[in-house]
Design a protein around this ligand. Sequence first.
Ligand code: NHR
Length: 178
Amino acid sequence: MSAASKTLPVVILISGTGSNMCRMAELMQAGQLPIDIKAVISDRADAKGLSTAKSMGIATTSLNPKAFATRSEFDAALAEKVLSYKPELLILAGFMRILSPEFVAQFSDRMINIHPSLLPKYPGLHTHQRALDAGDQEHGASVHFVTAELDGGPVVIQAKVPLHSTDTAATLAQRVLQ
Ligand code: NHR
């Protein structure tokens, strides 16, 4: 990035492959997305996305929930870790642990989630199977602000894809991810 362009410091939380994180990192490194990924943090030490981020030169950390007696202790440690990187935006990109209201309050209006459904349809898990079971004509992804209400915060932007009669949850998931 040139000295004249301003980038937004972000931290990204993941639990798995981190495919959306990886895409954001690629765009950032190509100078096509004005963010500065300060760290990628996972609640799973074995998350594939951690090694991907590391190989791209991005700082990584993991925090094991089992090392904490309670959810609120884990969340406090996670908040402290995130804040140490001074992000202006916290991005949940396939982060699978529900965050406490106390955690959410510390990042209100600066935390977003990438969710694989056309919210308000299908908050929570197994969204692709639920869209298939409902016989929906279309499905998609939403970016929304994170509030204490699970997948219930204000939607920022959505992308739609068609459903095909031959779709399985896996083929549909792949189309939504694109
Ligand atoms: N936390 C809050 N407070 N609000 C939201 O909107 C959140 C959140 C944490 C994660 C991501 C969400 C998704 O887009 C997300 C949004 C996990 C679960 C879940 O049930 C539900 C929704 C999302 C992420 N998690 C189980 C839990 O007990 C564990 C599930 C598992 O590990 O398989 O944390 O998908």
